[in-house]
Design a binder for this molecule. Structure first.
Ligand SMILES: Cc1cc2nc3c(=O)[nH]c(=O)nc-3n(C[C@H](O)[C@H](O)[C@H](O)COP(=O)(O)O)c2cc1C
Length: 188
């Protein structure tokens, strides 16, 4: 698939519609290599990616349950079950994090976040170009100190995504997109 064709046809695939096979081996290596092609001001390499698959997904679900119970000791069984099952919806979850550096005054935190976001988008487009699907999610777990600690992050570091990968159950589908002209203007 040509690069523009890939960019123009990517759509998010809901996690529960992502099934085996997920990218693995060389396919996954290739996807991760595209992350390293993101623009990176100051070459800080602020991104950290954690591959969660197989039984580790259940462990991530338990971590989400722990975090929920800390946030809400009265959480009901339905809410607990939802957190437990969350990472099990897809065969592969990649946790995308930003290890924030204050080493360079000219590269503020926001730039490190957007750089990591660009890396995630590269990964999603690369996955799509190879016939896989993906979905970028965050939610309360992404901002939770207990979850961050499990990924060796401080409270100031950021989890910017739990990115779900797999093969779209029924093809990736299509989605109408806005005309760019509504968001683009000549500035003079
Ligand atoms: C940083 C970020 C976080 C997101 N978090 C969630 C989320 O937690 N739950 C959700 O349903 N969609 C979330 N989304 C939106 C979906 O990933 C997706 O972009 C949206 O459903 C639109 O689909 P599309 O990418 O095909 O346009 C998030 C998107 C971004 C960029």
């Amino acid at each position: 698939m040509d690069a523009i064709e890939a960019l123009m046809s990517r759509v998010s695939v809901p996690p529960k519609l992502l099934v085996e096979p997920a990218p693995e081996g060389e396919s996954l290596d290739e996807i991760m290599a595209t992350a390293m092609r993101a623009p990176d001001h100051g070459a800080l390499q602020p991104w950290r990616f954690h591959i969660v698959r197989g039984d580790a997904r259940a462990k991530l679900g338990e971590l989400f349950v722990e975090a929920l119970k800390k946030r809400d000791p009265n959480a009901d069984e339905a809410a607990i079950a939802k957190e437990r099952a969350r990472p099990l919806r897809s065969p592969l979850v990649i946790v995308a994090a930003v290890k924030v550096s204050y080493e360079k005054d000219n590269v503020p935190k926001v730039e490190q976040i957007v750089s990591t976001a660009a890396a995630v988008q590269n990964m999603m487009n690369a996955a799509h170009a190879r016939g896989f699907g993906s979905f970028w999610a965050t939610g309360k777990n992404a901002r939770d100190a207990h979850v961050k600690a499990a990924f060796v992050l401080s409270e100031d570091d950021e989890i910017i995504g739990f990115v779900y990968f797999g093969t779209p159950r029924r093809g990736a589908g299509t989605k109408p997109r806005a005309d760019s002209s509504a968001f683009v203007a000549e500035w003079a």
